[in-house]
Design a protein around this ligand. Sequence first.
Ligand code: ATP
Ligand code: MG
Length: 424
Amino acid sequence: MLLSKLLLPTLKDAPKEAEVISHKLMLRAGLVRKVASGIYTWLPLGLKVLRKIENIVREEMDASGAQEVLMPMVQPKELWNETNRWEKMGPELLRIKDRHERDFCLGPTHEEVITDLIRNNVKSYKELPLNIYQIQTKFRDEVRPRYGVMRGREFLMKDSYSFNIDEACLQSTYLTMRNTYKNILERIGLDYKIVAADSGAIGGDASEEFHVLAETGEDTIAISSESEFAINTELLLKEGEDISSLEGKPSPDGKGTIQIKKGIEVGHIFKLGKVYAEDMKANVLNNEGKASTLHMGCYGVGVSRLVAAAIEQNNDDKGIIWPHSISPFDINIIAIGYEKDQQIAEASLKLYKDLQEMGYDVLLDDRKDGYGTKMKDSELIGVPLNIVIGKQYIETNEVELKSRSGDSSLNDISNLKTILDFFK
Ligand code: ATP
Ligand code: MG
């Protein structure tokens, strides 16, 4: 992409409404713009990041054996009546009427629609287990949308639903999803914790959340200094425990002491059991030919929230520091004197094409501005590697390789191997 052609409205200062660093930087780096409270347009740079996360999620879901579908955002009231959630969900469920005065809602989640699909189309235990997912826009009329896309009203979620013949089979799919979520967060490169959680409005038997650790997290989690033990204090409060008495105390599993941390919930996995299947009469024939109620699991990843969570964990006073896996671009070629010097323009364009052919996602800053402005913008948008091509190139055939983390070296332009090494 040539920067001169890119819709990249960067801002020097963040608008006052932005309270947390990710929201500030998403506005300043031209990733999103607000349309209404909790509702955003994704600009080209933001969309590239969103798509990169989406692709990682899709690849890992496919590798786990799950199958992708796309369900509608608009859902009929009748389905929600079957589980009594038309009433239970309260004002978070955005209700609409069509021209015939029929009731619909904008889907905040899809248990009803998917269970309806499965009960109508799957008849035998032989067709199970099934794990069906989608990556789709959700709407929740949140009481307090805030922190930009972190808590939006319209947001992108990967949601999946498993259908299993019995509890043991559900447990096995649940563990596969648990592992899949670990792979996703490790591939993105985030520091996270798996936390025992409250099942909330979704319901069910047991659930765990995946939290990206960050000061601005809305959730308070108690974690052991030595072991995997971690619990959302929301769950403790529900059970009447006293959080303050936990700090520094021995962990309940006997390993290490309890520390209180803040987390951003980016994923949630549930063993639903038979709740939805019973309400909606979702049965299959078992191996004795008898109708057997399905056991369900559901598993969500906040795809758009992950963009903000990644920034909360990776930034400095200059801007975003993208984990390479989800950076909008791998490399930014900063061409100084592009418009005046044909030699520079030609060399930059050749480098741009060569790197693209090598499979990199490359940005070429061909604008008229000087080094300072260009480097500032690059640091703000967080590209991992800059290649500065200017006077030095004319004199010695050298370019400067400058990483977002500050390392810098001069290299002969023909030596692209050094660039490859950077990404190892
Ligand atoms: P929260 O406790 O943050 O309100 P939730 O428990 O209601 O979330 P789930 O129903 O578990 O959310 O949804 C699955 C995932 O979708 C969450 O783990 C989160 O990453 C994401 N998510 C939920 N609500 C929002 C929102 N308002 N904006 C952005 N992402 C969201
Ligand atoms: Mg949740």
